[in-house]
Write a protein that binds this ligand. Structure first.
Ligand code: TXA
Ligand code: MG
Length: 318
């Protein structure tokens, strides 16, 4: 496995060639790092599952370079989904739409839908562009972590998670820390109105404003979203929400909250965006320090704060 910290045009082109040759390429996006494979190569996609240790009926998001790529992968896309794509792509939004012929069972987990996203990151977009020049159509990429663990928001975090499972021809592209830090909003666009399957930085309010439709967030759905399992996004440390931190515990809390004596402060975000951006790195840092308990004081409010609480609830689930 090669770790590439200088993402020049040349390194991106060689990563795209490796991807086309069947290698796995971990790459930065604005949300979290993804572990990419050629979305048309069944063997390469199968390696994603083994490297992640992920059950193979969980569908993968196909990353494309622009809204034009949607026609390659989808069929019968409703008008409101096109509005969402026009407004928020490139950006932290995944649209689940009816699949076209190109989206095979090994991408969709056997479902008739496919998840599509245009990431807002120069390295990711450069990689997709070079890959398309070589005849590629899309990059399948889940978050670059082992199944159930915290998503990586930096290249060293990917290396720590996955390097022992990667092959010599695989690569990790370093594009710096992720700006959003929380996985994309996933919207099911196969019904009359948008259904939010996973909350994220594109909020229900934003979706309603763009589409003029009510965006529901069903508590329960028969559509498989691995991120919706009760226990997910979990560090090794036990995550305890909204408790008083004791000596030896880690603490993640808004900036204005003081650190009690003997408590190890892991993050002090000043804004809700800062909270999302720093959360996963802070949880990882608690693990790196061997902490047994990390206390997290949750942010209040809706929108991105609600997305943060969604992930924290699952991190804290035993
Ligand atoms: O921000 C993100 O979305 C990141 C970056 C790398 O793009 N990717 C990501 O992928 O979080 P992953 O696989 O870790 O989480 C995607 C979730 C999974 O829970 C998967 O089950 C769900 O999206 N998903 C993908 N395709 C779907 C589909 N057709 N229907 C329902 N859920 C789908
Ligand atoms: Mg994931």
């Amino acid at each position: 496995m090669t770790f590439l910290s200088q993402c020049s045009t040349d390194t991106i082109a060689s990563a795209a060639a490796a991807l086309k040759g069947g290698a796995l390429i971990a790459f930065p996006t604005e949300t979290v790092y993804g572990l990419g494979a050629d979305a048309e190569n069944a063997e390469a996609v199968a390696r994603i599952y083994s490297v992640k240790g992920r059950p193979n009926n969980h569908p993968l998001i196909v990353h494309i370079g622009s809204i034009d790529g949607m026609n390659e992968w989808a069929a019968d896309v409703p008008e409101y989904a096109i509005k969402l794509a026009r407004e928020y792509w490139p950006g932290p939004l995944t649209l689940v739409v009816n699949r076209g012929e190109r989206a095979k069972d090994f991408i969709t987990g056997g479902q008739n839908t496919v998840g599509l996203r245009v990431p807002a990151h120069n390295v990711a977009l450069g990689l997709i562009q070079e890959f398309v020049k070589l005849g590629g159509k899309g990059i399948a990429a889940p978050s670059a972590n082992r199944f159930g663990a915290v998503s990586p928001t930096s290249a060293p975090a990917v290396e720590e998670e996955l390097s022992q499972y990667l092959n010599p021809q695989d690569m990790i592209l370093d594009g710096g820390p992720c700006l959003v830090g929380l996985e994309s909003t996933i919207v099911d666009c196969t019904k009359e109105t948008p259904f939010i399957l996973r909350p994220g930085a594109v909020t229900a309010e934003m979706i309603e404003e763009t589409t003029g439709l009510i965006a529901l967030s069903p508590e329960q759905t028969d559509i498989r979203v691995s991120g919706s399992l009760d226990s997910h996004y979990s560090p090794k440390a036990k995550v305890v929400l909204d408790a008083i931190a004791e000596r030896g515990d880690g603490l993640i809390a808004p900036d204005q909250i003081p650190t009690p004596d003997g408590v190890i402060r892991l993050a002090s975000p000043r804004t809700i965006e800062g909270y999302a951006r720093d959360l996963y790195a802070a949880l990882r840092s608690g693990d790196a320090q061997g902490l047994e308990v990390v206390v997290v004081l949750q942010p209040g409010g809706d929108g991105l704060a609600a997305a943060i609480r969604d992930r924290l609830k699952r991190s804290a689930h035993e």
